[in-house]
Design a binder for this molecule. Structure first.
Ligand SMILES: Cc1cc2nc3c(=O)[nH]c(=O)nc-3n(C[C@H](O)[C@H](O)[C@H](O)COP(=O)(O)O)c2cc1C
Length: 310
């Protein structure tokens, strides 16, 4: 059996990315109901709200996961809560997971860590991680300035280790999923695609900005400092791009983007896959279309192998 399905309990190896304020029960439950795996975020730093979301999601009896963005956790309250709340699957990100692996695993939780390079991947493997979220530079959100693409990263990591890989960054459909599986992934994680989902709680303007964006419609910002992010082109991000620097203060208006629809309130995180997304769909449509396209492509490739002909 596919190891990611065994670890998560999902029907399809399609995971909704953790995303601050966005990845909460409304979106995660729609994804899990459609057979994918919803993930609840904790990167918003709203400890009590996130704990309530985790309780609400757990009460639905659907498979789900929780993300712990290590560098952004104020203390170990969220880690302790997750260990005690019956959560079965956690992804860690933004920092070294070394100290998180033992407590999570002794609580019976499977742990995957998000990595942007081979070195980071190998450190996690040495620390006893169960699997990796392999995140290429095409994706939206906080990024590693080294900018390794998902295409190269999956191959480079698979050449060094056999742990299960979830591919993330630049994937929004069955074509991307088939490519990721060809490179050794056993699941995909989609962020930008699920921002632009009917059940996503964000303002219509943000969804439409993703629909309208081309493949050239994002900037990788602040490569020489932190936070390095990929976000949609806008007047504000063009100014940051030209200045070459930004600080965490520039992200302060993010809720104005997400829920007020003011696309200039802060950089609107999104990946290059925005150029492949041309409509808002329900979580079920996204997952059904992705699975159907994945199998159609796999069938075509299988026929080539069987006929020993291209
Ligand atoms: C709006 C947004 C917020 C994100 N927030 C987080 C986060 O809180 N934690 C995290 O590990 N990754 C975060 N990411 C990265 C995603 O987990 C995922 O790896 C990435 O979106 C995949 O690339 P894609 O956008 O091309 O699908 C975020 C991405 C987006 C678009």
């Amino acid at each position: 059996m596919n190891r990611v399905l065994a670890h998560t309990g999902a029907t399809y190896p399609i995971i909704q990315a953790p995303m601050g304020w966005i990845a909460r029960t409304q979106l995660a439950s729609a994804v899990s109901r459609a057979g994918g795996l919803g993930i609840i975020e904790t990167s918003s730093g709203e400890t009590e709200n996130c704990q309530a979301e985790i309780r609400q999601m757990a009460a639905l009896g659907l498979p789900f996961g929780v993300n712990l963005p290590i560098r952004f956790l104020k203390d170990d309250a969220m880690l302790r809560f997750v260990c005690e709340s019956g959560v079965k699957f956690v992804t860690t990100s933004a920092g070294s997971p070394a100290k998180f692996i033992a407590p999570l695993k002794s609580a019976g939780i499977t742990v995957y860590h998000a990595v942007p390079t081979v070195d980071a991947a190998m450190k996690c493997v040495d620390a006893g991680i169960d699997g990796l979220v392999v995140e290429g530079a095409e994706g939206g959100g906080f990024k590693n300035p080294e900018e390794v693409s998902t295409l190269v990263l999956l191959q480079a990591i698979r050449a060094r280790t056999n742990v299960p890989m979830i591919a993330a960054g630049g994937i929004c459909d069955g074509r991307g999923m088939a490519a990721a599986f060809a490179l050794g992934a056993e699941a995909i994680q989609m962020g930008t695609r699920f921002v632009c989902c009917a059940e996503s709680p964000v303002h219509e303007n943000y969804k439409q900005a993703i629909v309208n964006a081309r493949e050239t419609g994002t900037f990788m910002l602040n490569k020489k400092s932190t936070p390095c992010i990929r976000a949609l082109k806008s007047e504000r991000t063009t100014a940051i791009h030209e200045a070459g620097v930004m600080s965490f203060d520039d992200m302060k208006g993010i809720r104005g983007v997400y829920f007020g629809g003011d696309m200039e309130a802060a950089p609107a995180l999104a990946g290059q896959s925005a150029g492949l997304i041309d409509s808002v769909k329900t979580a079920k449509q996204i997952i059904d279309d992705t699975v159907a396209e994945f199998f159609a492509i796999s069938q075509r490739m299988g026929a080539m192998a069987q006929a020993n002909s291209f």
